[in-house]
Design a binder for this molecule. Structure first.
Ligand code: AMO
Length: 414
């Protein structure tokens, strides 16, 4: 792409180190500002913005160029008087390589934010706004540090199937697919596979998309979402709660050291039992904790755990604690559930009993159940809703803001 004798091609963050030199810059026209005889082009590239100063016939040339067009310019880098941009480019030549439409579905340079669904429906254009782009850079960085953390804790990354024969989290929220004439489903979680794999691998984790056919349209549910799952042999509930708390703190400190502005939780995550939450909010034992109840309970809290949920509110694989309770937990942030997990049943007989108690047919789980006759170890794990974690890290209140192409019951495009 570099033409002979053309100046060095640089990106927006490299202007300072090229002061006094003639360089080539590629980018899109973010904004045009006319100040007397000078015209300032605010240019964008994937790494930020920069200012280009135009004079003479170049002013004429850009006057009709639509915003967001892709241009290549050459010029000298000089110190600028602008407080926002310490350096600017005095443009000698400018080439409009790819003109954008005159009327765009949204203006990424506008101070007024477009409607969320307009942004989602035109995501690449939305991402030309650096603030929106930052969320997805943070997403990628969070995944990177999560993988590093879990690998360092000796968890092995696995990939399990997303087309499955039996429900892992209960039947109602399954997407059915036609698998060569046989019914199959899209995975709601990696639950059964991750449990099976601890038998030999000990500690596993998976980061993947899962599918839930929930019709409800809320700010915290999607029909396709990303989950970070771990499962470990020879660990109890409190062990995996400890790993989860450590991971959250590790993510905060790593992101901060990368330059993200965050307020890290520098406290031990408090632990409340389900019964304590019931007492404080007036909920009857056995009832689920609704969004309203959780918002009320969590309004003056940060991260905290709710442990020992009634067995009847947790999936069949959850280890009972006495007759009515379970060795389970949810990680919360204010009123938002971020993760759930706990100790699992490792004995065949008890698992069959719990399947029946949940009106599930052990016969349809026979492929899974057989594993429990091969010396299944004591094991525990959790699933952390990654999109919800990104809501907390980015301070956004709608899950659609932190997912590139969100899928809900109303949107299947783009
Ligand atoms: P659960 O069903 O609680 O547990 O899901 C785990 C976490 O995933 C996130 N989540 C969702 N995020 C967005 N949209 C959805 N529709 C959605 N559904 C769930 C939440 C939730 O806390 N197998 C267990 C986990 C385990 O025990 O290891 C499970 O799937 O943040």
């Amino acid at each position: 792409m570099k033409k002979e004798n053309s100046p060095r091609r640089v990106q927006s963050p490299e202007l300072g180190e090229n002061e006094g030199k003639t360089v080539e810059l590629h980018g899109w026209v973010h904004d045009v500002r006319v100040l007397g005889k000078l015209t300032f082009l605010i240019m964008g590239d994937p790494y930020g913005y920069y200012q280009a100063v135009l004079k003479g016939e170049l002013v004429e040339k850009v006057s009709n160029v639509p915003r967001q067009s892709y241009v290549v310019l050459r010029g000298k880098v000089v110190k600028s008087r602008s407080k926002i941009n310490p350096y600017e480019v005095q443009v000698d030549s400018l080439e409009v390589v790819n003109e954008a439409d005159k009327v765009l579905p949204l203006d990424p340079a506008s101070k007024v934010e477009s409607e969320l669904m307009t942004r989602v429906n035109n995501r690449p254009l939305d991402l030309r706004n650096a603030e929106e782009r930052k969320i997805f850079l943070m997403r990628a960085d969070t995944l990177k540090v999560t993988r590093e953390f879990l690998s360092q804790k000796k968890f092995i990354e696995v990939d399990t199937p997303k087309i499955i024969a039996t429900a892992s989290e209960g039947g109602a929220e399954l997407f059915k697919v036609d698998y060569f004439g046989r019914p199959a489903y899209l995975a709601q979680s990696p639950q059964l596979y991750k449990e099976e794999l601890v038998l030999a691998l000990g500690r596993v984790f998976e980061i993947a998309h899962y599918f839930r056919a929930e019709k409800s349209n809320t700010v915290k549910h999607l029909n396709e979402f990303t989950s970070i799952d771990i499962e470990s042999a020879m660990m109890l509930k409190q062990d995996v709660m400890g790993i989860l708390e450590e991971l959250i703190k590790h993510i905060y400190s790593s992101l901060k050291s990368m330059g993200y502005q965050l307020e890290a939780p520098n406290y031990s995550f408090p632990v409340y039992t389900y019964e304590e939450v019931c007492k404080s909010t007036g909920v009857k034992f056995g009832e689920d904790l609704t969004t309203d109840v959780l918002n009320e309970f969590g309004k003056d809290k940060g991260f905290y755990f709710i442990i020992e949920w009634p067995l009847s509110l947790k999936p069949f694989y959850t280890m009972p604690k006495g007759d009515k309770l379970s060795e389970s937990f949810d990680l919360m942030y204010k009123g938002l559930e971020l993760a759930s997990g706990g100790q699992r049943i490792h004995r065949y007989d008890l698992l069959v009993e719990r399947l029946k108690a949940n009106n599930l047919d052990p016969e349809s789980f026979s492929e899974h159940l057989k594993v429990y006759r091969w010396g299944m170890p004591i094991h525990s794990g959790w699933g952390l809703g990654f999109d919800r974690l990104m809501m907390v890290l980015s301070g956004r209140s709608n899950i659609r803001e932190v997912v590139l192409y969100p899928r809900d019951s109303r949107h299947l495009a783009p």
